[in-house]
Design a protein around this ligand. Structure first.
Ligand code: URA
Length: 489
C-alpha cells in the first residue's frame, strides 16, 4: 500500500535508500524531460524493499537534459543530509536551472542558501566522523579486528568509507552507526544496515593510549572551551576514551599555561647561528659562483648556495633548492621556503609540506617521483620576538629568482609544471593570475610547457572553520588527482 501522499501527487518516486542518489538522478531526469513540475512529485524512501516498480515516464526520444556539472557535485553532497525535503529541493533546483543557469551563484536565493547550508552540514558531519571515530579492538591473532560506534547527524557513512579504507588499509575494521555500517576486511568494503550501540565493544587496551596522546597534545595556553566544544561537540564525548580527561584538563589549564610560559626558551635556538655560519662563509660577491656553467641539477644546486641575486640571502639561513629526480616529468613550484625549510634546506618539509604530502599520497602521486621547488629560494620573514613570521616575496624578488627556476626547468625538461599559489603562477607565467578563479586549469606557455594552476597548501592550513577546511582539502585533492591524470597524458 503506497503512502497516502502518493495519491495526491501526480508522480510518486520511491528511492531505494536514503543515499540512492543514482535512483534520484534517474527519476529526476525522466521527470524533467517530461516537463513534470516539482509540485507534481512526491519523493519517498522505500528502505529495504529494493528498487520498487516505477511508474515514471520514459525518456522521450531525441531530447537531452543539460545540467551544470557543478550542480551534480553540490547535489551529491546535499543528498547525504538527513532532511527529507532534500529530494524535492534538488529537483526544484534542477527544474529552475533550465531557465536560470546562474541560480547557484545567487547567494540570496532561498533554494541556493538551503543547498549550501545542507552541504556545509554534511561536510561538517564528515569532518567530525574523520576526527572522532574511535576503533576498539576485538579478538586476537587471525581474529583481530576493530569496531567503532559513531552517531552521525546525516547519511555520510558511504561517502566517507573510502577515507577510512585509505587511512586504515592494513586493519580489518567495522564502523557501526544507527543507520548504516561499513566493513573493511582488508580487501573489500561492504556497506550494510545500521546497528545498535550495544553491538560495539565498550573498552580495549588502546583507550589508555588515546588518553596519553590527548594529554600530551593538549596545549593549556590555547584553551578555548567554547571553540573546543564546537570542534568536539559534547555528543561525541561519550564515545571518546580521551574525553574523560577533558574536565580535569580544563580545570588545571591556567596553572599549566603559566608553567609552560616559564619553560619557554629565552634566547634564539643556537643552531640558527651555526647553520648560517656554515652556509655563509665570508665570501665576496665576485667569488660567488653564478651557476651559468652548471650542466646538472646538482651543480646548479651547489651554485645556488652562493646566490646573491636579491637581498633575501642576508637574513635567511641558507638556500633551499629544489629536490627530486633530475628527469622528473612534473615540477611542483611553491612560493618560498618557510621557517622549517630554511633550517633543513629542503622544500616543503614544514606544516604546509605535511598537508602537501598527505594529499599527494591520497591522490596516488608519489612525491619521490616528482621534483619540488620554490619560486623564491630564500626564506623571507619578519622577526617577531623569537619567532620568524613568513613574509610574502615581492615581484622583484620573484623576478630575481626566476634565473634559478628557469635553469631548473631547462635541465629537467618536465612535461608539466604545477603552480602552487599565486607567487608560483607569477614566476612561471610572468603575470599575476587569479588563482582561486583559475584553479584546475592548464595554461600553455609559449615554450609549450603546460602549467597547472592550483592553490598553495598553506591556504588549507589557514582556514579555521573545520568543515570549510575539509572542503578545501577535498578541492585540493581533486586538483592533485587531475595532476596525476595529466602526468600520464
Ligand atoms: N611553502 C612553500 O611555498 N614552500 C615551501 O617549501 C614550504 C612552504
Amino acid at each position: 500500500m503506497p503512502p497516502a501522499e502518493l495519491k495526491l501527487a501526480r508522480y510518486g518516486v520511491l528511492l531505494e535508500s536514503e543515499t540512492d542518489f543514482a535512483g534520484w538522478r534517474d527519476a529526476a531526469r525522466r521527470l524533467a524531460l517530461n516537463e513534470v513540475r516539482p509540485e507534481d512529485i512526491s519523493w519517498h524512501v522505500a528502505a529495504g524493499s529494493g528498487r520498487p516498480p516505477s511508474d515514471l515516464p520514459a525518456v522521450p526520444d531525441g531530447v537531452q537534459l543539460v545540467v551544470p556539472r557543478d550542480f551534480i557535485e553540490h547535489a551529491e553532497t546535499a543528498f547525504c543530509h538527513s532532511d527529507p525535503s532534500r529530494f524535492a529541493l534538488l529537483y526544484r533546483m534542477l527544474w529552475r536551472l533550465r531557465t536560470e543557469p546562474k541560480l547557484l551563484a545567487i547567494a540570496s536565493d532561498p533554494d541556493t542558501r538551503r543547498l549550501e547550508a545542507m552541504e556545509k552540514a554534511v561536510r561538517r558531519d564528515s569532518h567530525q566522523m574523520h576526527a572522532f571515530v574511535r576503533f576498539r579492538k576485538i579478538g586476537d591473532g587471525d581474529e583481530e579486528r576493530y569496531v567503532a560506534w559513531f552517531e552521525p547527524d546525516h547519511f555520510i557513512v558511504e561517502r566517507n568509507a573510502d577515507f577510512f579504507v585509505r587511512r586504515f588499509t592494513g586493519m580489518r575494521w567495522t564502523i557501526l552507526t544507527p543507520h548504516t555500517s561499513a566493513d573493511w576486511d582488508g580487501e573489500r568494503l561492504a556497506i550494510g544496515p545500521g546497528a545498535a550501540k550495544g553491538d560495539a565493544p565498550e573498552q580495549d587496551d588502546t583507550e589508555a593510549l588515546w588518553r596519553t596522546y590527548f594529554e600530551n597534545i593538549f596545549n593549556p595556553a590555547r584553551l578555548k572551551v567554547k571553540a573546543m566544544q564546537k570542534e568536539m561537540p559534547k555528543k561525541y564525548w561519550r564515545n571518546l576514551p580521551e574525553a574523560s580527561l577533558i574536565p580535569e584538563l580544563i580545570a588545571g589549564a591556567d596553572k599549566a599555561a603559566t608553567e609552560m610560559i616559564a619553560r619557554m626558551p629565552t634566547i634564539p635556538a643556537p643552531h640558527h647561528a651555526k647553520v648560517q655560519a656554515k652556509h655563509w662563509p665570508k665570501r665576496e660577491p665576485a667569488e660567488v659562483s653564478q651557476g651559468d656553467e652548471a650542466s646538472s641539477i646538482s651543480e646548479l644546486r651547489e651554485a645556488a648556495k652562493g646566490c646573491r641575486r636579491c637581498p633575501l640571502w642576508r637574513d635567511a639561513t641558507q638556500t633551499v633548492f629544489g629536490e627530486g629526480p633530475d628527469d622528473a616529468k612534473v615540477i611542483f613550484v611553491g612560493e618560498q621556503p618557510g621557517d622549517q625549510e630554511d633550517l633543513a634546506s629542503k622544500p616543503f618539509v614544514g606544516p604546509a609540506g605535511k598537508v602537501f604530502d598527505a594529499i599527494l599520497d591520497d591522490a596516488g602521486v608519489d612525491r619521490q617521483k616528482v621534483y619540488v621547488t620554490n619560486a623564491v629560494k630564500h626564506f623571507k620573514f619578519e622577526p617577531r620576538g623569537k619567532r620568524r613570521i613568513h613574509s610574502k616575496p615581492n615581484a622583484g624578488e620573484v623576478q630575481a629568482c626566476r634565473w634559478w627556476i628557469d635553469r631548473e626547468f631547462t635541465l629537467i625538461k618536465p612535461d608539466l609544471a604545477v603552480a602552487l599559489g599565486a607567487t608560483a603562477a607569477l614566476s612561471l607565467l610572468g603575470k599575476a593570475i587569479p588563482v582561486t578563479r583559475m584553479r584546475g586549469q592548464v595554461i600553455e606557455r609559449e615554450d609549450g610547457l603546460r602549467v597547472f594552476i592550483t592553490i598553495h597548501p598553506s591556504f588549507i592550513l589557514r582556514i579555521q572553520e573545520a568543515a570549510e577546511k575539509d572542503a578545501e582539502r577535498e578541492r585540493f585533492l581533486t586538483d592533485m588527482r587531475q595532476v596525476k591524470r595529466l602526468m600520464t597524458t
